[in-house]
Design a protein around this ligand. Structure first.
Ligand SMILES: Nc1ncnc2c1ncn2[C@@H]1O[C@H](COP(=O)(O)OP(=O)(O)OP(=O)(O)O)[C@@H](O)[C@H]1O
Ligand SMILES: [Zn+2]
Ligand SMILES: [Zn+2]
Length: 741
């Protein structure tokens, strides 16, 4: 009979996570151990017994079995939060191809010694009238920072100091000035806890509209009947999904449980967070990527101690160690940022659902453009589906028009702005309404090429074209390589060489030139590189300090600007051209979300989609804001071609500085898979070059494996991982396994 062995960690509070110890499983415990369980083990030579956690069960001993000690016993009734998170880490390891240590480090907050910071709050000392008077004064004098603080304080008479710095982008000196002027005072947390609070601030709960009520009731009813399937809320842009989340959260909190709310980082603006503060008060904490590890683990510590009811944050907030987790909500569920780009490349939606299973708590997903994956699960009954088909107060959905750019060219318009878009911009400027212009940058490069021979200037280290910047340089957006713009073609010597197609910078110039009266803001990677750059720009646009906001995908994510009545999409199909089976899905989502920014306030909105492929189904469906039409078409293709969610797809990514070595290694992997697959059940494609076949001098290749049965594919993946681990030929090659993405 084969023996089982378990890896145990005894210390989960420090960097010592990677010290694991192997023990023998005694006969009476055979088959009873799982990752996460707490056990008693002998430790050291003194016969001492200590507690440890099982992190892995295996039939491969890692050292001489005759020297291995046995586990003493399993702790019964120990279902600590750590146990559940370790079990989650084990699941992540299995699903996403990582080592157990990588998975543990992702899931468990690694504690560091940190001085406890005192939490401070800013309180308004003026009456409403006085504050409004001051606000008027600041407006006249263009004290925009003070204006922002006053506006926030008028909505909520006490706000968190760090939130003010972070999300309102105020400096300490501005706050200081207002403090010495007697406008505000600074309080510590203790004071805030027994505060003389202005009562108005607690009365901000808005009643649900009848359709919102119906959705919330339907969801709660299922939970009361122990239906814990994940819930998908498909609600059109502006339908008030947030309102429904808040209702559900309130119910869960009332039962003494806690809530995790995931929001894409880019949508985690002051506005959004403030909405939740107003409703739930001090029991909320916000995580974002700029917190230091210490600050982060502080927040996790507070959560564990029961000081918090709600954690809001991007992806990683999913691992908040709440003692009694009652609900996980994922807003904008379709967002690609929910997938980690570093190992383990876990997907927050899938991982949330697994955490929900482990904690017996429901998961709610929401989106105006659900991922095809989630909608598929809702169609086959794995998820429950709820719909909000109208905007709040039946505000109109935007009217969407498409413009065929080929026709524009035929009619002699060579500008990136079509005739109709120019007219509508003019009209909105006259009416003092706001405009958003969106350039789809995915799959796009403002490339520099020769008009005589067609040579495109590429980065010498990466297989991508260089982008032209205004400073006369060509820049690689993957590795940062820069070079001066050549005066003539390096291949044929022709002087007719230049940049084609405009990037956001050039569009800004074109727009400023064409509409000299307009105040223009631009938001893209370059203007937001600085800390809080994007918050500044969004806040300025929300304050109507500009008429036109030009930007990339960043500007379409869940923002609510009521004065925007026109959205222009400059080149819709750029993202259709990338070689990714999700290209159509991404394009549809981007266009629908972009159009959804228009007409969210009292005035109805319009969107104009400029495209070279007006007949493409993604663009057609986005024009009609018809998710179902898009989904039906798309799922048809996925079924036909065996792509997720109709089938399962394992991607094996390899990268290496030596191309030959990489090719050989990938061929070995292919042969190994063929051997494992003796019944010919796996469909193996490749190895082939990745879309970007080289980054920073590392060559990149990929093998795809398709199979409908997830378990079968998981088994193949497990065998492959072992093969790679024991085979020294793979030391030089970085292999990364990726499921269904
Ligand atoms: N019950 C309600 N009472 C008052 N205002 C509401 C209500 N429901 C929605 N609204 C308002 O309608 C607007 C849109 O709501 P919300 O932002 O929640 O929509 P959404 O479904 O999350 O939209 P998107 O998917 O586009 O982000 C907001 O300004 C919100 O304050
Ligand atoms: Zn040339
Ligand atoms: Zn490069």
């Amino acid at each position: 009979m084969t023996k089982t062995y378990v890896d145990i960690i005894v210390d989960i509070t420090s960097e010592k996570l990677d010290r694991s110890f192997q023990y023998l499983v005694p006969e009476h415990l055979e088959g009873k151990l799982q990752p996460g369980m707490q056990v008693q083990v002998p430790f050291g030579n003194g016969g001492r017994t200590i507690k440890g956690y099982v992190i892995r069960v295996t039939d491969q001993p890692s050292f001489d079995v005759s020297r291995m000690k046995e586990i003493r016993e399993v702790e019964t009734g120990s279902n600590s939060i750590e146990s559940r998170l370790i079990a989650l880490a084990a699941w992540i390891r299995e699903q996403y191809g990582a080592t157990m240590i990588q998975a543990l480090k992702t899931v468990l907050p690694v504690k560091q010694k940190m001085k406890q910071k005192e939490e401070r709050w800013i309180q308004l000392l003026l009456t409403k009238d006085e504050a409004n008077e001051q606000l008027e004064l600041c407006r006249r004098k263009h004290y925009v920072a003070r204006q922002r603080l006053l506006e926030a304080l008028l909505e909520n008479n006490t706000i968190s100091y760090s939130l003010a710095l972070d999300k309102l982008h105020l400096t300490a000196s501005v706050i200081k000035t207002m403090e010495s002027a007697g406008t505000v005072c600074i309080q510590t947390k203790e004071v805030y806890r027994n505060p003389v609070q202005n009562t108005e601030q607690e009365q901000t709960k808005q009643p649900l509209s009848p359709p919102q009520r119906e959705v919330a009731d339907g969801i709660l009813k299922g939970w009361r009947e122990q239906d814990l399937r994940p819930v998908l809320i498909h609600g059109v842009t502006g339908s008030g999904k947030t309102q429904v989340y808040m209702e559900l959260m309130e119910e869960v909190i009332r039962q003494g449980k806690q809530v995790i709310l995931l929001i894409p980082e880019i949508a985690l603006t002051y506005q959004t967070v403030q909405r939740f503060y107003r409703r739930f008060g001090a029991g909320i904490s916000v995580l974002h990527s700029r917190l230091s590890p210490g600050e982060r683990s502080d927040q996790f510590e507070r959560a564990k101690k029961g000081e918090l009811q709600v954690m809001i944050g991007p992806r990683s907030a999913l691992f908040t160690p709440f003692p009694n987790l009652g609900l996980i909500v994922i807003d904008e569920e379709h967002e690609t940022s929910y997938q980690s780009e570093t190992v383990p490349c876990y997907h927050a939606r899938e991982t949330a659902i697994e955490r929900g299973n482990l904690e017996h708590c429901p998961v709610v997903l929401g989106s105006a453009t659900p991922s095809v994956d989630a909608y598929y699960q809702a169609q086959n009954g794995t998820y429950r589906l709820f719909e909000l088909n109208n905007r709040y107060e039946n505000r109109q959905m935007p009217e969407v028009y498409s413009v065929d750019l080929r026709e524009e060219l035929k009619q002699g318009n060579r500008s990136i702005l079509s005739g109709i878009l120019q007219e509508k911009i003019e009209d909105r400027l006259k009416k003092k309404e706001q405009i958003m212009l969106f350039l789809n940058r995915r799959g796009y490069a403002g490339f520099f090429s020769c008009r005589s021979c067609g040579t495109v200037m590429k980065c010498p280290h990466c297989d991508v074209s260089l982008s032209q910047h205004r400073n006369g340089k060509l820049v690689c957006h993957y590795c940062g390589y820069e070079t001066r713009q050549p005066q003539q073609c390096p291949v044929c010597g022709s002087p007719y060489i230049g940049g084609f197609r405009a990037g956001t910078q050039q569009i800004e110039e074109i727009v400023k030139k064409r509409f000299s009266q307009a105040r223009v803001l631009r938001m893209d990677l370059d203007t937001t590189r600085k800390k809080e750059g994007h918050t500044n720009i969004l806040a300025a646009f929300a304050n109507q300090e500009a008429d036109i906001l030009i930007g990339t995908q960043m500007i379409v994510k869940g923002h609510d600007f009521p004065k925007v009545t026109l959205v222009g999409v400059l080149a819709a199909d750029l993202s259709l051209n990338i070689s990714d089976y999700r290209a159509s899905e991404r394009t549809f989502q981007l266009l629908t979300q972009a159009a959804g920014r228009a007409g969210r306030g009292e005035k109805p909105g319009e969107a104009i989609i400029q495209t070279y492929q007006p007949e493409h189904y993604s663009i057609q469906a986005a024009m009609h804001q018809d998710y179902r039409a898009f989904y039906e078409e798309e799922i048809g293709y996925r079924k036909l071609l065996g792509y997720p969610p109709a089938s399962n797809l394992l991607a094996i990514h390899g990268s290496c500085g030596n191309e030959e070595l990489l090719e050989t290694g990938m061929q070995y992997i292919r042969k190994f898979l063929n051997r494992v697959d003796s019944h010919g059940q796996l469909q193996i494609i490749g190895p082939a070059d990745e879309t970007v076949s080289k980054i920073a001098d590392m060559y990149r290749k990929v093998i795809y494996v398709k199979q409908e049965d997830h378990q079968l594919l998981l088994r193949a993946k497990g065998r492959l991982e072992q093969y790679i681990e024991v085979n020294s030929g793979f030391r030089e090659i970085r292999i990364q396994l990726d499921f269904n993405h």
